[in-house]
Design a protein around this ligand. Structure first.
Ligand code: ASP
Length: 516
């Protein structure tokens, strides 16, 4: 019997995970636990405890012996609220470990308990991807750049298509141009959609506010300077262990470029080592990827079992605006670029990239998905190694169309709620430019976009606390924008591969009659 294609397996895993998660969410997401006095589950100092758990809100109340009049009460709610409120169990653990422990041990609803288990199991798959990410980037960059060196000095005219010459500088310029253009188009789409739908005007979108959502923002100039600093790692080994992708890419590139200036013998040695390493890392990654259907199943199970649905009704228009803008960019703009510039069928390409896109969606991390993106682009979409080894690692860190678009819609939504009207055009331009830079600065990890948003809010003088309003739906939107981020990187590979090939053919045609 023929084995089902990987993308179908992943899709099935996704559906099963979602159905199981929603089933748990609908049937087992509410629980009330009363722990009476003298119950052995309570430590001696505690009189009694009461825990109420739902997907949207958890309350933990307990009284200390001798202090029955003044019970301690905690609320865990992503939208925040009054008094003793925290947004996560992790936060609660820091301020009141007892409350967190008793909740985790005795008060969690079945949906959250199973959700937590599924998160841990899905996390194993993500760990495996993380495990291969750094070595894979290093060997593929090295073999890519040293492959260019090989091509600049053809020995016997036997260089293959994918190894023909192209300056590293040109490749970079093209890559950066692609990043800026597509992120710019994504931002324009976001601006248009949020100005047409106006999700923050006239509705009942505002919920409660969070106390202080990551209010410790650095100024934008500092964030960008940090990125520049990351390009020069003071301790390259430290960068590898952290890992800081930008530093790793910069150091590996420098290493490869300087290797090209060494003797032919040195170049050959390093190249053959890198190529051998790439062979091993690719087969290791392929083995991990075969586990993607299971990984995706557990991750989707976790998300759909633990996310509350009530927030969607109050933030519905906002979610629709972000989703519509992301869909426009992913299903219209990028496919048009792919079709007209890269000369590829968008449908075939999306099919080839589907393992990476589905994993990006369920993991909400473009860095985590990187090994899968690299393998899909090369083995399933047939993009050359030298292009993908440039475009993808760099893209996972700095090219985030989905994130840039999301920042624009979210900040303008907050502005509409806050001021009761749209921001003036001049302010919208500031939002657009800052969003572009913030997306460059955002790491390819879950919720990074939310953290970077603080910078944009500050740039146009909006209260950071209002971020609390959109916190509750961030996970779902994060999944969608991460898939768009990875899709844009993947399309970039096809585009740059094609443009590079055409430029080379042109160069060859021009030099042949002259040079012979
Ligand atoms: N999670 C996104 C990514 O990894 C970044 C973001 O939060 O927007 O691509």
């Amino acid at each position: 019997m023929n084995k089902l294609a990987l993308h179908w397996q992943i899709l099935i895993g996704m559906v099963i995970g979602t159905v199981v998660g929603i089933g748990l969410n609908l049937t087992a997401s509410e629980r009330e636990t009363e722990i009476p006095a003298l119950d052995p589950r309570l430590p001696e100092t505690i009189q009694s405890a009461f825990i109420s758990d739902t997907t949207a809100r958890t309350t933990i109340e307990y009284t200390k012996k001798g202090e029955e009049e003044t019970p301690v009460k905690w609320t865990i709610h992503p939208l925040g609220g009054e008094g003793n409120n925290v947004t996560s169990v992790k936060e609660l653990k820091k301020v009141d470990a007892f409350a967190a422990d008793i909740y985790l041990a005795h008060g969690q609803s079945t949906a959250k308990r199973f959700g937590g288990m599924m998160k841990s199991i899905g996390g194993l798959f993500l760990r495996m991807l993380q495990m291969v990410a750094v070595p894979l980037i290093v060997v593929s960059l090295l073999s890519g750049v040293l492959g260019l060196g090989l091509a600049t000095e053809p020995k016997d005219g036997s260089t293959s298509d994918s190894d023909r010459p192209a300056g590293i500088g040109k490749m970079f310029t093209r890559t950066l141009l692609y990043y800026v253009c597509t992120s710019g188009l994504a931002i324009i789409t976001g601006l248009l959609v949020v100005n047409i739908i106006r999700p923050g005007l006239g509705g009942n979108a505002a919920g409660a506010m969070a106390k202080d959502a990551d209010a410790h923002a650095k100024p934008l100039s500092e964030v960008l300077f940090n990125q520049v600093e990351a390009l020069i790692p003071a301790n390259p080994l430290g960068a590898f262990t952290e890992p800081n992708f930008l530093s790793i890419i910069a150091f590996t590139l420098a290493f490869a470029v300087f290797a090209l200036r060494c003797s032919r013998e040195t170049q050959d040695r390093i190249r053959s080592l890198a190529e051998a390493g790439l062979d091993v890392m690719m087969s290791m990654t392929m083995a991990i990827i075969s586990l993607a259907p299971l990984g995706v199943l557990f991750l989707m199970g976790y998300v759909s079992a633990t996310q509350g649905t009530e927030v969607f009704s109050s933030l519905g228009k906002y979610v629709i605006a972000v989703a519509a803008a992301l869909a426009l960019h992913a299903c219209v703009t990028l496919p048009l670029i792919l079709y007209f510039i890269a000369d590829r069928s968008p449908l075939d390409y999306v099919k080839a990239m589907s393992p990476a896109l589905l994993t990006a969606f369920s993991s909400a991390s473009s860095n985590g998905t990187l090994p899968l993106t690299m393998t899909s682009v090369r083995n399933r979409a047939g993009v050359s190694n030298r292009t993908s080894s440039f475009v993808l690692p760099l893209g996972a860190t700095i090219n985030m169309d989905g994130t840039a678009l999301y920042e624009v819609v979210a900040v303008l939504f907050i502005a509409q709620l806050h001021g009761g009207q749209n921001l003036p055009l001049s302010q919208q331009i500031i939002v657009a430019l800052t969003a572009l830079l913030a997306s460059v600065g955002a790491a390819g990890i879950p919720h990074a976009g939310l953290v970077m948003m603080v910078i944009i809010l500050q740039a146009v003088g909006l209260p950071i606390e209002m971020q609390g309003i959109i916190l509750a739906v961030d996970r779902v939107l994060d999944m969608a924008r991460t898939a768009v981020n990875v899709w844009s990187d993947s399309c970039g590979c096809a585009v740059i591969d094609k443009v590079t090939q055409e430029a080379e053919t042109l160069e060859e045609n021009l030099t042949l009659p002259l040079g012979g």
